[in-house]
Design a protein. Sequence first.
Length: 143
Amino acid sequence: MNIQQQINNYISGQPATKRSELQALHQRMLELFPGVRLWFDDGKNSENKTTNNPTIGYGLQTLQYANGKTKDFFQIGISGNATGISVYILGIKDKKYLANTFAKKLGKATVTGYCIRFKTLKDIDIDTLESAIRYGLSTSLPG
């Protein structure tokens, strides 16, 4: 099964409201960033144990660990969770930037160093979310 099929299966398996919102976010990401690398993380580790919620990923960055090893990973992720949707913006060095820059304009959302969590799209300003995503992609792009 290819990545797009995995993404479609994941979205299709969500409750109706969350399904339509995840589909809308996914479509918006594809429109904003045509040709972006797609990922799907099923949330399971090498022992097939669930360690996190499944996540649709976009973009490419290389993570470097303290031991010197590297790993390719996505820059932006979207995931359904128990209370709504999480948008992960990875690779931002300043862990206060998202909250300081976007939290007040977003609406009803919780903003951490790398995650924007909200119950439903109608609770947030989608243009502000898009600005945060664009910022995240621009800061973690190579070069």
